[in-house]
Design a protein around this ligand. Structure first.
Ligand code: FAD
Ligand code: DHB
Length: 398
């Protein structure tokens, strides 16, 4: 039987970042990932980072290319019914956000982990957790046709929404909260310059649209679409035509079109599982919570969990202190619920839910309120740019 200090399940951003931060504290880990390295590296997902996520990637030694290639944004645009309003993040919240693709983060973390001799086992199948509530938990799997069993002190469940870790917590212990939205996001990545320097979120009677980017030459655009739609129904031409109709005229006129590099449809869901700890198992990132993508909180919540968890594990290995680990779930969830609220609110504000005239008037009233009130805009700005950590969390994890 192998032995390590922490077994990390999942080599997404949460798992790799945790493993690297632990390594820098002299703590050993083994990462078990069910997919291949190429598959994980190619997934196109998040694009927008809060400052605390950037800071943690830099602390992990994975921030060099990020700092060279990222785009820093001081604000973003909200558009509806011919109106365009800019949320000035810097003036309203004193913060900025950073555009840098999750695909790049994944690559940077994998490289820094490989350089520091990280033990990451891709294509590990049939991962199972054992004896979670004892001081000697184990994880078994099949890797390269061999049965593998690893004994450890702690297990970090960083295996996303569909992973095995959360399902290893008994149903009577776990409380879950869920909201499924009645539409999806059709995303297109294209090698064309973004139509605006900053992101544009558009509420339109045909449905929501988002103009994001990955660089000055690569755009990431999204359209609200029916859940039943398939990408085959969306030719590039149809996508560009629909996007043009949902944007303010001046922005639509500046749009450069081109062949899509990637096209996918994602469902939207809010989901929170409590507690995020069971015995020696700690959940982090999408394994414990999912937010709809509006407002870009998913990856940022994952890094926030990892920040608290790695400090807790560090405290344990330094002086056998357990306070931070014991408080992990409560501290992480305090931020999770606030981001869940913001993502749900922003999704509700910007999407088309139907023809209910009352709901449409509520959206209009809220949008005009935000455009006319500094207090209204400031609430949007501070949530979008990322809330400060609660003061007691800051004190605890310093
Ligand atoms: P994941 O990235 O899901 O990684 C989990 C890993 O565990 C995967 O590699 C998986 O293969 C592996 N795994 C699963 N099951 C097992 C198992 N049984 N055994 C071993 N390994 C397993 N967030 C933002 O902050 N900003 C954005 O702009 C943003 N945009 C998004 C756009 C889209 C279209 C989508 C879909 C998501 C977006 N997100 C965004 C969310 C963000 O991508 C996720 O929150 C983030 O990937 C979470 O990281 P994670 O490491 O916790 O989970
Ligand atoms: C992106 C996704 C989002 O959900 C968002 O609010 C901003 C940017 C993106 O993928 O670029």
């Amino acid at each position: 039987m192998l032995r390590t200090q922490v077994v990390i399940i999942g080599a997404g951003p949460s798992g790799l970042l945790l493993s690297q931060l632990l390594h820098l504290q002299g703590i050993d880990s083994v990462v078990l990932e069910q997919r291949s390295r190429d598959y994980v590296a190619a997934r196109i997902r998040a694009g927008l980072l809060e400052q605390h996520s950037v800071d943690l990637l830099v602390e992990a030694g994975a921030g060099e290319r990020l700092q060279r290639e990222c785009l820093v944004h001081d604000g973003f645009l909200m558009a509806w019914e011919g109106e365009v309003h800019r949320i000035d993040l810097h003036a309203l919240a004193g913060k900025r956000v950073t555009v840098y693709g999750q695909t790049e983060i994944q690559q940077d973390l994998a490289e820094v982990r490989a350089r520091s001799g990280g033990d990451i086992r891709y294509e590990a199948t049939d991962v199972r957790l054992h004896d979670i509530t004892t001081a000697r938990p184990r994880v078994s799997c099949t890797h390269r046709d061999q049965a593998v069993e690893i004994e450890c002190d702690f297990i970090a469940g960083c295996d996303g929404y569909h992973g095995v870790s959360r399902r290893s917590i008994p149903a009577e212990v776990l409380r879950t909260y869920e909201r499924v939205y009645p539409f999806g996001w059709l995303g297109v990545l294209a090698e064309v310059p973004p139509l605006n320097d900053e992101l544009v979120y558009a509420n339109h009677s045909r449905g929501f649209a988002l103009c994001s980017m990955r660089s000055r030459t690569r755009s990431r655009y999204y359209l609200q679409c029916p859940l039943e739609d398939t990408v085959e129904q969306w030719s590039d031409q149809r996508f560009w035509d629909e996007l043009r109709q949902r944007l303010p005229a001046a922005h639509a006129a500046r749009m450069t079109t081109g062949p899509s590099i990637e096209k996918s449809i994602a469902p939207l869901r809010s989901f929170v599982a409590e507690p995020m700890r069971y015995g020696q198992l700690f959940l982090a990132g999408d394994a414990a919570h999912i937010v709809p993508p509006t407002g870009a909180k998913g990856l940022n919540l994952a890094t926030a969990d990892v920040r608290v968890l790695h400090r807790g594990l560090t405290e344990f290995y330094r002086n056998r202190g357990r306070t931070l680990l014991d408080e992990y779930s409560q501290r992480a969830l305090s931020r999770v619920w606030k981001a869940t609220r913001f993502s749900w609110w922003f999704t509700t504000l910007m999407h088309k839910f139907g023809e209910d005239p009352f709901a449409l008037q509520m959206q209009r009233a809220e949008l005009t309120y935000i455009a006319s009130s500094r207090a209204g805009a400031q609430t949007v700005a501070e949530n979008y740019a990322g809330l400060d950590f609660d003061p007691d969390v800051v004190a605890a994890i310093r």
